[in-house]
Design a protein around this ligand. Structure first.
Ligand code: SAH
Ligand code: SF4
Length: 341
């Protein structure tokens, strides 16, 4: 197999160039061609020698291949990407009024085994490489660039696809470094959100990610309930989770997003809202209610819209800033927790 090209950080690319007898200064031009626009137009360039061209062509710049796309009635697009080892992974492009958002996967499957999550039921196959993470983004944007009205703008990113991003920390960090590199894609850190089930070894290193937004899958402020939903949380009780979160330096106006998956008659009572408000009230927060997305054989029920609204009102009354996540793409199983390959 040829050496890695896509996914090399700027420093690693410079190293590769010097090692092979080329000037490091070509890294800038190469980054421009590889990352400035989603559509790759080839390496030909008057400034590169034939030797450098053939070196670049030998490297592996291939993105994951689109095996299938599904478009839902609300224009959400789900991509099934094929990887080199014939595994596959799902990525979702979510249209918003001004700008699209890409929901990236960080692993094939997930080791956390949350009880309410379709991905969690399949276990972890493996973590994705930097090239595969960045490749998903470029391939999804490239698709949108040609097919969608808003597609020319670089989409925002949420790491809310398959996998626990902080359980693949080094690759996640490299991908974010690469995607935010001003010489390449140049996204701002604030355009990126990392969602975690509360994997503490990764959370301890969160500041290394350079100011991206953090979303915590809290789901319940009541220890036993949270443990029932997220089995790994038995290692890291809510108190130690919050202690870690409180140490994270936030930018101006930046808040932490707390995701609350709402399941009927499980965590949608007044008592649940009260516990959440006690926990979040004096912390920079935004609560985001995610009505449970059912999948075949799932053990929970989604509360009806009236109950969801009532839960929201209760939280607001208790002083919690709350939004409800509009479920997008659920008719094609592209909504949160429905991704499974
Ligand atoms: N692994 C990360 C990110 C991916 S999941 C995490 O757990 O945070 C993105 C969000 O969808 C998480 O908040 C997750 O808890 C939630 N989710 C998973 N399955 C769901 C389901 N069936 N219904 C509603 N939300 C779900
Ligand atoms: Fe993994 Fe997130 Fe699903 Fe839990 S909710 S199993 S952490 S993908």
């Amino acid at each position: 197999m040829s050496d890695q090209g896509l996914g090399l950080t700027y420093n690693k690319l410079e190293e590769q160039l010097s090692k092979n007898g080329f000037s490091k200064s070509f890294a800038e031009l190469i980054f421009k061609k590889a990352y400035r626009r989603p559509t790759f137009k080839g390496w030909e360039d008057g400034r590169m020698s034939p030797k450098l061209l053939s070196f670049l062509e030998q490297l592996d710049w291939k993105r994951p291949t689109i095996l299938q796309t599904h478009q839902s009635s609300d224009d959400t697009i789900k991509f099934l990407f094929g990887l080199k080892d014939h595994r596959s992974v799902e990525t979702v492009l979510i249209p918003f009024y001004r700008k699209d958002t890409v929901c990236l996967s960080s692993q094939v499957g997930c080791a956390m085994g949350c009880r309410f999550c379709h991905t969690g039921t399949q276990g972890l196959s493996r973590s994705l490489t930097t090239s595969e993470i960045v490749g998903q983004y470029l391939a999804a944007w490239d698709w949108a660039y040609h097919k969608r009205m808003n597609g020319t703008k670089a989409p925002n990113i949420v790491f809310m696809g398959q996998g626990e991003p902080l359980h693949n920390f080094d690759q996640l960090k490299e991908s974010i470094d690469l995607i935010t590199d001003p010489r390449g894609l140049d996204l701002s850190h604030r355009m990126i959100t990392v969602s975690t089930a509360g994997y503490l070894p990764g959370l301890k290193r969160f500041s290394e990610l350079g100011g991206v937004n953090l979303a915590i899958s809290l789901h319940s402020a009541i220890e036993e309930k949270r443990r029932e939903l997220i089995p790994i949380s038995k290692n890291w009780p809510i108190e130690s989770l919050m202690k870690e979160i409180d140490q994270i330096k936030l930018g101006r106006k930046q808040v932490i997003l707390y995701e609350i998956m709402l399941a009927e008659d499980f965590n949608d009572s007044k008592e649940d809202a009260l516990a959440l408000s006690k926990l979040l009230k004096n912390r920079p927060h935004m609560a985001n209610l995610i009505p449970f997305n059912p999948y075949p054989g799932s053990p929970w029920k989604r509360p009806n819209d009236q109950k969801i609204e009532a839960f929201k009102s209760q939280l607001v009354e208790f002083g919690i800033r709350t939004t409800i996540r509009k479920t997008k793409g659920d008719n094609i199983m592209a909504a949160c927790g429905q991704l499974k390959t």
